[in-house]
Design a protein around this ligand. Structure first.
Ligand code: ADP
Ligand code: MG
Length: 363
């Protein structure tokens, strides 16, 4: 799935040149809030997105992601706080005065225009001369692997192709920042996974800062340089995919990005020897026979396998602990058959993990 090079982009490709000091963030939010009547959609957000980053806003429905994106685009004005693009305060500027473009989930293509006209639209508005316009439209269509599609109507395209047109229509303007709101949400799983890889490659090739909204944790982990995890209008954690997954800052992050596997209260005290809240990722836990030997750098806990869910490549075991509480363990089905896995239900077991994989978190 090779992405054609951006070979034809002129060296002075408008907003792609980076003359400004590296110190300024591409996007900066300072104490940003948005209130709709009684609803505080965004409850005070501080954020710095670096130039050229693939940055995701991840969170459940209603957590304030779209509202935040719309404030960056200028479709909504913040109730409080400031928004800076490349160091410049744009809080009160209109959308067209900001060097950003948005790609929406529903594509919002013009049905009466063909693909070429759809992609050229932003350039026509900005009175880019015909020759350059044609070249840039061809570049953008090649980039999204739709060369030769310029005469087609949107209604004669598949969902994935329409999404590519929407992307080309934004890329052709060469914005400094591209905002994407669940752009793959309407696609089926297989196509969505292909487009994730492709989008990431396109972003890498053009070097434009992407801010990507999704409620899908796997999507965010796959594509992002960094992720901000949203909950109820606030950001719970910002970090690389590995940081957010392996070092969740809060119980919410542990549960939303992966399986939470929390141990709290008495159970935590008995297993870890200290009070607090801990999480252990399911794939870090080894399922062993009762009484199995435990190394010095390992922690063990005994329980009974309550339920077994066979998932083909792996099996998920729900284990009720003797100390109270429950942990989920996933095991790759390297040699185990489905029969063997399912037969484990109801049996006693010992769970073992490396001490460093039991993570203390804020409840
Ligand atoms: P997300 O994109 O994470 O699903 P949104 O930013 O769309 O979340 O919404 C955050 C909260 O703000 C929700 O409770 C939503 O109902 C509310 N909200 C969003 N837009 C409006 C609006 N225009 N008027 C009133 N409430 C809104
Ligand atoms: Mg949304």
């Amino acid at each position: 799935m090779a992405i054609p090079p951006l070979s034809d982009l002129p060296a002075d490709a408008g907003s792609l040149d980076r003359a400004t000091p590296a110190a300024a963030s591409a996007v900066r939010l300072e104490g940003v809030r948005k209130r709709y009547g009684d609803v505080e959609a965004v409850a005070g957000i501080d954020l710095d997105v670096a130039d050229g980053e693939f940055f995701s806003m991840l969170g459940p429905s209603g957590s304030g992601k779209t509202t935040t994106l719309r404030m960056i685009a200028g479709f909504e004005l913040p109730t409080a706080g400031r928004i800076l693009l490349n160091g410049e305060d744009v809080s009160n500027k209109a959308p067209f005065e900001r060097d950003v473009n948005t790609v929406f989930q529903d594509y919002a293509l013009f049905p009466h225009m063909n693909v070429g006209e759809n992609v050229a639209y932003g350039l026509v508005i900005r009175k880019v001369p015909g020759e350059e316009r044609r070249r840039r439209v061809a570049d953008a269509l090649r980039m999204v692997r739709l060369d030769g599609f310029d005469q087609r109507r949107p209604s004669h395209l598949s969902g994935g192709q329409r999404q590519r047109v929407a992307l080309a229509r934004a890329l052709v303007n060469r914005p400094r920042v591209l905002l994407l709101d669940e752009p793959l949400g309407a696609l089926d799983l297989k196509l969505r996974e292909e487009m994730q890889i492709e989008l990431k490659a396109i972003q890498h090739a053009v070097g434009i800062t992407f801010i990507y909204v999704t409620h899908d944790q796997e999507e965010a982990l796959t594509m992002s340089d960094r992720i901000a995890v949203f909950n109820q209008g606030l950001i719970e954690q910002v970090g690389s995919p590995a940081e957010v997954y392996e070092r969740p800052a809060t119980a919410f992050v542990a549960g939303f990005v992966g399986t939470s596997n929390l141990l709290q209260g008495d159970a935590a005290e008995r297993v870890f020897g200290t009070a607090g809240t801990f999480t252990v990722r399911p794939e870090k836990i080894r399922l062993a026979e009762p009484g199995a030997a435990v190394a010095a750098d390992e922690i063990s806990v005994d329980g009974r396998i309550r339920e077994v869910v066979y998932l083909g490549s792996e099996t998920r075991y729900y284990v009720a602990l003797d100390a109270g509480s429950e942990l989920v363990v996933t095991q790759q089905n390297l040699v185990t058959s489905s029969m063997e896995a399912l037969a484990a239900e109801g049996r006693p077991a010992r769970l073992i993990w490396k001490r460093q994989h039991g993570l203390p978190i804020n409840a």
